[in-house]
Each structure stands twice: as C-alpha cells, then as structure tokens.
Design a protein around this ligand. Structure first.
Ligand SMILES: C[S@@+](CC[C@H](N)C(=O)[O-])C[C@H]1O[C@@H](n2cnc3c(N)ncnc32)[C@H](O)[C@@H]1O
Length: 392
C-alpha cells in the first residue's frame, strides 16, 4: 500500500496561494455563490495534473470555477451540478457567448417585451419584498422570454440575470442585500425598514448589458467545454472519458444550496424546496461516507487509467466533533479503486472565509486537498516528484 504524503500549501513553491485575491478571468464574476473554491486553486490543479487538449471533469461543479479554469488553460472543461442555478452558471462559463450576441438578444427583447401589461400581484409576496414594482415587471417580462429558450445565448443571459438579481451594486435589481446568497424575506423586510432601504427603479435590459460588458471584459475562454445537470452518481459519459477530475463534493449539509439560492431558483422557475430534496445533504458521517463512496466509484469509472483525481474538501465541525474530510474520504476512495497519494493542508485566512455567515459550529475550518490516482501515473514525466514540489 502506498503511503499518503502530507504537505502544507505554503511548502509548495508554485502554490495557488501566491495569486492575488481577485486573480482570474472576468467571466468568473458572472455570479457569486456560496461554497466555491478560488480560481487559482483550480488552475493549479489543472496545470499540475493535465495537459493541453485533455478533458477535465468536475462532477460537482457549483458555479463552474474548475471547468472554466480548464478551458482557460486550453483543456476541455466539463462540469455537472444537480442544482439548476449552478448548471446555468457553469454552462455560461464553458459555453460563453460574445458580447454582440448579448446585444442582439437585448435588442430583440426590447422589441418583444411588454412590461406594462404584466401584473406584479400574481407574484409571491416574498419576491415582491426585494423589487420595486416597475423593476419587477421588467424582470417578469425577461423571465417569460427566457423560459421558452435553451440555447447558449439564452443560458448566458439567464446567468447574467442571476448575477444582477440581488446585491448591492448600482446594477443590482433588488434593494441592497447580499449578492452571494438570497436573503430570507422576513429578515430583509425588517432590515429594510430599520435602515430605510429603498427598492430601486432600474432599466433591467441596460443593467443586463452593463453586466455582460463587465463579465466579458477579458474576452472569451480559448476553448469551449460542456455541462450536465444531473446526479453526480450517474453521469451520461462513457467509461474512461476524463483525463483529470478536479472537484469539491458537498460538505455534509452545512451548505444549504437550495435555500441560499431560493430567489435565483424562483427566477429560473423552480421551487427551492423541491430542489433542496434532490441535492445531497446529511449530518450523518455514515450516510455521507456511503454517498461519497458511490460518487468516488463513478469518478473512478469516468477517469482514464494512470490519471489523477483532486478532491477539494475541508475540516468541518459537526456538533462537538471536528472532521478532517480528507482523512475521512481516504478509505472510501481506496475502496472505490483509487490510491491516496497526497493530502495538502491549508488555512483559510480569517476574513476571507467564504462561509463566514454560517454559525461557528457549522463552518469549514481549513481547506484540504486529497490527491488520488487511478493506476500509476508517470509522476516524473509530469514533474510531480512530491518532495521536489515542496521546499520543506
Ligand atoms: C462544494 S460545492 C462545489 C463548489 C464548486 N467547486 C465551486 O467552485 O462553485 C458542491 C456542489 O454539489 C452540488 N450537489 C449536491 N448534490 C449533488 C448531486 N447528487 N449531484 C450533483 N451535484 C450535487 C451542489 O449543488 C453544490 O454546487
């Protein structure tokens, strides 16, 4: 049995930690979503463990960070996420469209939309709390136009809309609130009253265009990828179709993705309660390990021989216990056929903690990378002599 090697992220000479906080192409900023990892980490894993033209898969792609970084590094990025808003964001990144396509869509929408004929009183009160009636009428008109279409341009516009639906910038359509997650209506109502917050009147199509200009400022990725919206336990891909897997699986149920995105899901025509039932989540270590073993078996099936699988996990507090997910997943990964090679430990700096709004007992303390291999990849050829990588 191969011994697992342990490294600290600051022992790696070319660590992703060296990248600045806002590192990454402008397309990453189409929509923020809780629980995502930094683009620089995804790029590091992609460049270390794959070559140009390779297929890089993320079966739990969230907002699509890893597939986009794969495309940026001239690999074919393939994403999948069961959550509808995550699918829209990932697809928008791997199948982005040029600005002229967005302009064309906006011009057409301006001709077709009749916001004055739309009634806002058919909409749930929880949604109306966030928007001025004039803005909401336009949102409803855009939503109706988008609901019928599923081409790449319509998907890209959906992602842009999700990116401006709520937040506190001058192009956000809601009253000032969080951009990363949809706040609870009862809370925001009270908060808005206490702080005298106003629901802004916006020109939705103008805001959409400004968002597109910002997001496409650095241009399109050099390579297009692909995206699925299905269960990671059963992906519609042939055996051995990926050259590398880079993924961050669900972290027990500390992340309530469906509730966090309830307003975005409303915009896309979904009920967050139904979506929440489909996404995986549990507080039971046993159920979690069982689910992850199945997910790892599927990853093992999809990965080519002599290739790597990189899992970005964490150290999680569950009740009174502290669980190192890299350690926890080592046995299930080996039962699924992988060899555990390296665990890289890291500290998420205070204040940068992307899960800050969670209660202390729920938070992810430290990031961990669990690097697995299927077979025996040629480490030397790939310049992956672990001790040479570290400076310690
Ligand atoms: C830790 S997040 C991934 C975040 C991603 N790395 C990013 O940068 O945005 C885990 C993801 O798993 C998704 N998920 C949960 N259950 C799933 C399932 N059974 N199949 C596919 N995706 C699932 C969630 O929607 C969530 O986006």
């Amino acid at each position: 049995m191969t011994e697992v090697q342990h490294l600290l992220s600051n022992e790696i000479t070319d660590s992703w930690k060296l990248a600045g906080r806002n590192w990454g192409t402008s397309l990453h900023r189409i929509m923020s979503r809780t629980g995502s990892f930094p683009p620089s980490l995804a790029r590091w894993a992609v460049e270390k463990f794959s070559d140009r033209g390779d297929i890089v898969l993320d079966p739990f792609s969230g907002k699509g960070t890893a597939p986009l970084e794969a495309c940026m590094a001239r690999r074919i990025g393939v994403g999948n996420d069961l959550a509808p808003e995550a699918y829209v964001a990932t697809r928008a990144k791997v199948n982005a469209v040029p600005l002229r396509e967005v302009r064309r869509w906006v011009e057409e929408a301006a001709r077709l939309m009749r916001p004055d004929t739309v009634s806002v009183y058919d909409v749930e009160e929880e949604v109306r709390v966030f928007f001025h009636p004039q803005t909401l009428k336009q949102i409803l008109a855009v939503r109706e136009l988008l609901q019928e279409s599923d081409d790449d341009t319509a998907n890209f516009v959906k992602a842009l809309m999700l990116g401006i639906l709520h937040g506190s910038s001058e192009i956000s359509l809601s009253l000032p609130c969080s951009h990363s997650f949809s706040m609870a209506p009862a809370y925001i109502k009270k908060y808005a009253r206490q702080h005298g917050l106003k629901r802004p009147v916006r020109n939705v199509l103008a805001c959409l265009l400004r968002k597109a200009e910002a997001v496409l400022a650095d241009g399109l990725p050099p390579v297009r990828g692909a995206c699925f919206n299905t269960d990671a336990l059963k992906l519609p891909l042939a055996d051995q179709s990926a050259d590398l897997i880079v993924t961050s699986p669900p972290y027990f149920n500390i992340q309530t993705y469906a509730w966090d995105n309830w307003l975005r899901l409303w915009f896309l025509g979904h009920d967050y309660r139904k979506v929440g039932k489909r996404l995986f989540g549990t507080q039971s270590v046993e159920k979690y390990t069982e689910f992850m073993e199945k997910a790892l078996r599927e990853m093992h099936r999809l990965l080519k021989d002599n290739r790597f699988c990189v899992l970005v996990v964490g150290e999680v507090k569950l009740g009174k216990n502290r669980i190192d997910m890299a350690e926890l997943l080592t046995d299930p990964a080996e039962r699924a056929g992988f060899t555990a090679r390296v665990i890289i430990r890291d500290s998420i700096r205070k204040g940068h903690k992307y899960l800050m709004y969670l209660k202390q007992w729920q938070g992810v303390g430290r990031e961990r990378l669990l690097i697995l291999s299927k077979g025996e990849p040629a480490m030397r050829e790939r310049r992956l002599e672990w001790r040479e990588v570290g400076v310690g």
